[in-house]
Design a protein around this ligand. Structure first.
Ligand code: THU
Length: 139
């Protein structure tokens, strides 16, 4: 689902603001994300690390889970803001979660001067998703 330019700017601003709240004492790599729901609501998230490193959750999943927990089932877009000037590409785990929870979302990777915009399907070619489970379970 495409989003309007001013909506995209607002979403990127929400992601950048959430990035300031990142809990990243181990990597010092701070990330923010913001999810645009079809009903107009925006949910933000930041990465949350842990002394047991593997328990860390990325900003994208925190934002997506916040939206789902608030009852949002239709997600139009997700913006991601990370360190540096270049757009930050979401990790594989977050792409899989996007496929599950926001399959038709526009993913906006915010850069300092140029953003990178992709569909979830572009980020997840030949994916294993909900469809495979529905079609092939019980066999
Ligand atoms: N991280 C994110 O939050 N999102 C990404 O797209 C890439 C990585 C976090 C996880 C970890 O806290 C830190 O960045 C370094 O990997």
């Amino acid at each position: 689902m495409m989003v309007e330019a001013d909506q995209a700017r607002k979403l990127i601003a929400a992601a950048r603001s959430a990035r300031e709240r990142a809990y990243a004492p181990y990597s010092d790599f701070t990330v923010g994300a913001a999810v645009q729901c079809a009903d107009g609501r925006i949910f933000a998230g930041c990465n949350v690390e842990n002394a047991s490193y593997g328990l860390t959750v990325c900003a994208e999943r925190v934002a997506l889970f916040a939206a789902i927990a608030a009852g949002c089932r239709a997600i139009d877009a997700i913006a991601i803001a990370g360190p540096g000037d270049e757009p930050l590409s979401p990790c594989g785990a977050c792409r899989q979660v996007m496929l599950e929870l926001a399959p038709s979302a526009t993913v906006i990777m915010a850069g300092e001067t140029v953003d990178r915009v992709r569909n979830v399907s572009e980020l997840m070619p030949e994916a294993f998703g909900p469809g495979e489970v529905q079609e092939r379970s019980g066999g």
